[in-house]
Write a protein that binds this ligand. Structure first.
Ligand SMILES: CC(C)(COP(=O)(O)OP(=O)(O)OC[C@H]1O[C@@H](n2cnc3c(N)ncnc32)[C@H](O)[C@@H]1O)[C@@H](O)C(=O)NCCC(=O)NCCS
Ligand SMILES: Nc1ncnc2c1ncn2[C@@H]1O[C@H](COP(=O)(O)OP(=O)(O)OP(=O)(O)O)[C@@H](O)[C@H]1O
Length: 199
């Protein structure tokens, strides 16, 4: 049976870092952020609905979605965020389920669903075990500000659009603490994979 792991975290907690480690070990990762990008490509249903609601102001010159502009709207307003989520999330869910089915048909031992909003969107029924990439809040703000060149306020606003990592800690099956070095993170991941494969 394929073991389905739900990988989650908070913005800039290190999910992509861990998901890349899974990929390097040839473990399939179904990436919700990537799918959320694919389903809003020009001409797709979600793209049309986004332009219809948010207007052409959120488009770049080449008509692709200006993600920074759309982000600044939806992270400032819960109402607008819900509208965007309602457009994008059903499409993301469909595609994630179909990619997971393929991994199951291929009898892969482990498949990882990388879902930032695993708890916020109540998607835990899709997975057997959950794994949180955790960092302290001060580390999270600092890494987010550095990675995205955000001000402190911009970073905090995005973090506040999600359940806190402290709250997620109480809900998950497994935790990787990513406050330390990348090497320390990989060591924790290796241990977990061995546990799952019962080595
Ligand atoms: C608002 C958008 C255009 C901003 O794009 P941008 O390239 O700046 O960010 P990116 O997509 O890489 O997301 C970065 C992180 O932001 C957080 N985030 C994204 N969307 C949301 C949301 N609706 N609510 C809370 N956190 C979110 C996640 O932690 C995600 O990993 C984009 O995030 C988006 O389309 N969001 C809606 C779809 C969604 O919920 N995606 C997240 C997983 S399905
Ligand atoms: N252990 C670490 N030590 C130092 N920097 C790290 C560590 N882990 C991740 N980072 C850095 O922190 C930032 C956030 O990490 P990453 O992009 O993996 O987070 P994420 O959870 O995938 O973010 P998002 O939710 O925005 O997609 C990146 O710039 C990354 O290089």
């Amino acid at each position: 049976m394929t073991l389905i792991i739900g990988l989650t975290g908070g913005i800039a907690s290190g999910k992509s870092t861990v998901s890349n480690m899974f990929k390097e070990k040839n473990i399939t990762v179904v990436d919700a952020d990537q799918i959320a990008r694919d389903v809003v490509e020009i001409g797709k249903t979600a793209y049309k609905e986004i332009v219809q609601h948010f207007g052409k102001e959120i488009l770049n010159n080449d008509e692709t979605i200006n993600r920074a502009k759309l982000g600044s709207i939806i992270f400032q307003s819960e109402e607008e965020r819900k509208i965007l989520n309602n457009i994008v999330h059903p499409e993301v869910r469909k595609e994630m389920m179909s990619q997971t089915e393929i991994a199951k048909e291929n009898k892969e031992e482990i498949v990882v669903l990388d879902i930032p909003l695993l708890y916020e969107s109540n998607l835990t029924h899709l997975v057997h075990k959950t794994l949180l990439v955790y960092v302290d809040e001060n580390v999270q703000v600092k890494r987010l500000m550095e990675r995205n060149n955000y001000t402190y306020e911009e970073a905090k606003m995005r973090m506040e659009a999600q359940l806190s990592l402290e709250d997620k800690l109480k809900l998950v099956d497994h935790v990787i603490n990513n406050n330390g070095t990348i090497g320390e993170t990989e060591e924790q991941l290796n241990k977990l994979i061995n546990e799952w494969l019962d080595k």
